[in-house]
Design a protein around this ligand. Structure first.
Ligand code: SDX
Length: 392
C-alpha cells in the first residue's frame, strides 16, 4: 500500500524537471526571465525583445530584433481559412474556444503534408519558426474575436506599428495613446512566462510524447481557460461587477467568504506573500486610471485588496491588476484570457523547445485506491466468444 505521504496532490511542491527559462522565487518574491528581473524587462523592453529572450536565452541585438520584427510583421495577417474557422464558432461561445479552434486549424494547415507522426515534433528551426508565427498571428485571432462579438469587421494589421500598438489597432480600429500602448506592452511581458504553471506543464506533457508544437499549445489553451488559472483575470471583473463600488466591499466579502467562495485574482500556488509581478502591473493600472480619469476603479481595487488581505492574509496575483487594466483599455471581459494566451504563447513555446532538447516522457505514478482484485462469478477461462445474453 502506497504511503499516503508520498501522494503530492496537485503536484504541490514537486520539482518535476529543470528549466533555464525562468526562475520563480517566493522567498525573494522575484521572477527572472533567463536571469533578468521581469520588472526591469517590463520597464525597458518591447514585448518582441522579451519573446526573443525567452526563445533564445539572450536579449536580441539591433539586427536580431529587426529580423524578429520583420518575421512577426510578415505573419500578422489572419489567414482567410482561419478566419472562416472562427466564424463557424457560435458567437456566444467562450472566446477561449474560439482561440482553440483557430489554433487547431492553423496547426493542421501548417503540418499538412507531414506524413509520418514520427516527424511531428519538428526540428529546432521548424519549432522556432512555428513559435514566431503563432506569436505573430494570435493578436489577429484575439482582436478579430472581440470585433466579431461586437458585430464589427476585421481590421487588417499595420506594418508601421510595433507588436503592442498593432494589437490595439487591430482590436479597436484606431491608434492607441502611448500610455495605453506602454501599459499593454508591460502586461504582455508580465504574462509571458511563469515556469511550470498548469498550462505550461500541460504543454510539456504533450511535447514529451513527441507530439507537435501546435497540439501542445492547443492543450495549454484548454488548461489556461480554467478560472483557477488564466480564467481568473476575466473572473476578477465579474467580482468587481458584483461588488459595484468600494463601500460595498465589506458586506460582499462577508457573504462570499461565508459561502467559501474563492475570490478570483487572489492567492497563488507558489507565491504565498504576494505575486512578484503585481507591483509592476499595478503601476501600469495606475497609469491607466489617471489616463482615463477613473478613480472609482482604483477605489474599488484598493478597498477589496485591503479588506481581503486583512481578513485572510491572501495576496493579489497578477490577474487582479490586469483585469481592471484591460477593462479600462476597452477589452471586453471575455477577451481577457485570450490576451493571456497571446502573451503566454511565448513561454509555452520556449518550454516546448526546451522539453524537446532534453526530453523524457512525462508519466507519473498513481496509488491505487480501488477494490482488491476480484473475479466474475462463473467465469470460465478460454471460453469462446460468448453471447452477451448468456453472460453471468
Ligand atoms: C495564475 O501557477 C502559476 O504560476 C499561475 C499563474 C501564471 O502566471 O501562470 O501565476 C497565473 O493562474 C494565477 C492564479 C489565478 N487564480 C485565481 O486567482 C483563482 C483564485 N485563487 C485560488 O483558487 C488559489 O489561490 C490558487 C488555485 C491560485 C492556489 O491555490 P493553492 O495553492 O492550491 O492553495 P489552496 O487552494 O489549497 O488554498 C489554501 C487555502 C484554502 O483554505 P482552506 O481550504 O485550507 O481553509 O487558502 C484558501 C483556500 O480556500 N484560498 C482562498 C483563495 N486562495 C486560497 N480562499 C479564497 N479565495 C482565494 N482566492
Amino acid at each position: 500500500m502506497t504511503d499516503p505521504t508520498q501522494i503530492k496532490k496537485g503536484l504541490a511542491g514537486v520539482v518535476a524537471d529543470y528549466t533555464a527559462i525562468s526562475k520563480v522565487n517566493p522567498e525573494t518574491n522575484s521572477l527572472l526571465y533567463r536571469g533578468y528581473p521581469v520588472q526591469e524587462l517590463a520597464a525597458t523592453q518591447p514585448f518582441e525583445a522579451v519573446a526573443y529572450l525567452l526563445w533564445n536565452g539572450e536579449l536580441p541585438d539591433a539586427t536580431q530584433l529587426a529580423e524578429l520584427r520583420a518575421a512577426e510583421r510578415a505573419n500578422r495577417a489572419l489567414p482567410d481559412d482561419v478566419k472562416a474557422a472562427i466564424d463557424l464558432v457560435p458567437v456566444d461561445a467562450h472566446p477561449m474556444d474560439e482561440v482553440r479552434t483557430a489554433l487547431s486549424l492553423y496547426g493542421a494547415r501548417d503540418l499538412a503534408g507531414i506524413g509520418s507522426v514520427l516527424d511531428a515534433s519538428g526540428t529546432p528551426a521548424e519549432n522556432l519558426d512555428r513559435s514566431i508565427r503563432l506569436f505573430a498571428v494570435l493578436p489577429a485571432i484575439v482582436a478579430y474575436g472581440q470585433r466579431r462579438r461586437r458585430g464589427e469587421d476585421l481590421v487588417e494589421p499595420r506594418e508601421d506599428l510595433d507588436y503592442a500598438a498593432n494589437f490595439l489597432w487591430m482590436t479597436f480600429g484606431e491608434e492607441a495613446d502611448d500610455v495605453v500602448v506602454d501599459a499593454f506592452n508591460r502586461s504582455m511581458i508580465l504574462y509571458a512566462e511563469h515556469s511550470f504553471n498548469a498550462s505550461t506543464f500541460t504543454a510539456r506533457v504533450v511535447t514529451s510524447t513527441l507530439s507537435d508544437l501546435y497540439s501542445a499549445v492547443v492543450a495549454a489553451v484548454g488548461a489556461l481557460k480554467g478560472p483557477l488559472h488564466g480564467g481568473a483575470n476575466e473572473a476578477v471583473l465579474h467580482v468587481f461587477d458584483e461588488i459595484g463600488s468600494a463601500d460595498n466591499v465589506a458586506p460582499w466579502l462577508d457573504e462570499a467568504l461565508a459561502s467559501k467562495r474563492k475570490i478570483m485574482g487572489f492567492g497563488h500556488r507558489v507565491y504565498k506573500r504576494g505575486d512578484s509581478r503585481v507591483p509592476t502591473m499595478k503601476a501600469a493600472l495606475d497609469s491607466l486610471v489617471a489616463h482615463y480619469d477613473r478613480p472609482d476603479v482604483a477605489a474599488l481595487y484598493d478597498a477589496l485588496e485591503s479588506e481581503f488581505v486583512s481578513r485572510k492574509g491572501i495576496y493579489p496575483n497578477l490577474d487582479y491588476p490586469s483585469g481592471p487594466a484591460y477593462q479600462l483599455i476597452g477589452f471586453d471581459t471575455p477577451t481577457f484570457t485570450p490576451l493571456f494566451v497571446a502573451a503566454r504563447v511565448t513561454g509555452w513555446t520556449a518550454h516546448i523547445m526546451e522539453q524537446l532538447s532534453a526530453n523524457a516522457l512525462i508519466r507519473p505514478l498513481s496509488a491505487y485506491s480501488g477494490p482488491d482484485e476480484r473475479h466474475i462469478d462463473g467465469y470460465v477461462p478460454d471460453t469462446a466468444a460468448i453471447d452477451i445474453a448468456e453472460r453471468p
